[in-house]
Ligand binder design. Structure first.
Ligand SMILES: C[S@@+](CC[C@H](N)C(=O)[O-])C[C@H]1O[C@@H](n2cnc3c(N)ncnc32)[C@H](O)[C@@H]1O
Length: 274
């Protein structure tokens, strides 16, 4: 499918996930605060890995959508190829229209990665805004996989539970509740890694287990924000009824009818595997 057709789907609200649409155009033009902050994070946290010869190892982007972050990582690490796992056909098609055969897209659940990728070695495994679709069982398997198939860095980026946001976002109450009821968030990933990888840390197989928070600033035109909510383009809004969304938007409009300004907190967890 061509980019124009995908853009039309986006405008008609047919693409379903958060990054399918709302931030799409800004991400493509690399102008969003989100893209800038996360790619800087990737760059700053891989300075040592960039010095390695990564020409025979791969980058893996799980739930990577079109794979634009993985593309960035693959380029700065000079890795062999990017492998993207995603269930969304439309995002994969968009990725193919942008990056062609330079990226290997696997339309599959990321739960299948351990079996499918057991014979490849990776220098960077990246999971952005997708870990909350999984659970602890998946994450333990991911850490085990990193022990055997990763020589480089694991990086999980995602929104934490609300207690770790610097300010409460302007989302309806049911969406905030959903945010607090995540089965697994980026802070869990950090804490589990700290606990589970202590032995490997002392053996020096694992190092630099870190978590930092980034605050991403959004100044979203009211109509765009309204479309995001009403089309439930972010999974958390699926918990909201039509009435709740409508009344929430009316309240927001009373405050400022042209712009919705807020900070979104993203956690970035990194861990290095030898
Ligand atoms: C919020 S988007 C993030 C996309 C991309 N990582 C980014 O940051 O631009 C979440 C992505 O996870 C994918 N996804 C959700 N559950 C998945 C699963 N079990 N296996 C593979 N992909 C999944 C969705 O299709 C979607 O592309």
């Amino acid at each position: 499918m061509e980019k124009e057709e995908l853009k039309k789907e986006y405008e008609e609200g047919k693409l379903v996930s958060f990054s399918d649409n709302f931030y799409e155009m800004k991400i493509l033009s690399e102008e969003s605060d989100l893209f800038t902050q996360i790619t800087s994070h990737i760059k700053d946290t891989t300075t040592e890995i960039q010095k390695n010869d990564n020409s025979e190892s791969y980058v893996l982007d799980l739930g990577g959508g079109k794979g634009n972050y993985g593309v960035y990582a693959t380029k700065i690490l000079k890795a062999k190829k990017l492998i993207v796992y995603d269930v969304s056909e439309s995002l994969i098609n968009l990725g193919k229209s942008l990056y062609g055969d330079s990226v290997e897209y696997v339309q599959a659940k990321f739960e299948e990665v351990f079996e499918k990728e057991k014979s490849r070695t990776f220098c960077y495994i990246f999971v952005k805004e997708a870990i909350h679709f999984s659970n602890k069982d998946f994450y333990y398997k991911l850490l085990n996989f990193c022990m055997t198939n990763l020589k480089g860095k694991l990086c999980v980026v995602g929104i934490p539970r609300l207690a770790n946001w610097i300010e409460t976002p302007p989302y309806p109450p049911s969406a905030l509740t959903a945010l607090n009821n995540l089965t697994l968030d980026v802070v869990d990933c950090f804490e589990i890694a700290k606990k589970e990888l202590i032995a490997e840390e002392s053996e020096k197989k694992v190092s630099n287990i870190n978590l930092v928070y980034k605050n991403i600033n959004y100044n979203t035109p009211f109509d765009e924000f309204s479309t995001l909510l009403l089309n439930r383009r972010w999974s958390f809004f699926t918990k909201c009824s039509d009435e709740e969304l409508q009344s929430h938007l009316e309240k927001l409009k009373e405050k400022n009818s042209s712009l919705v300004e807020y900070n979104c907190t993203q956690g970035c967890f990194d861990c290095e595997f030898k």
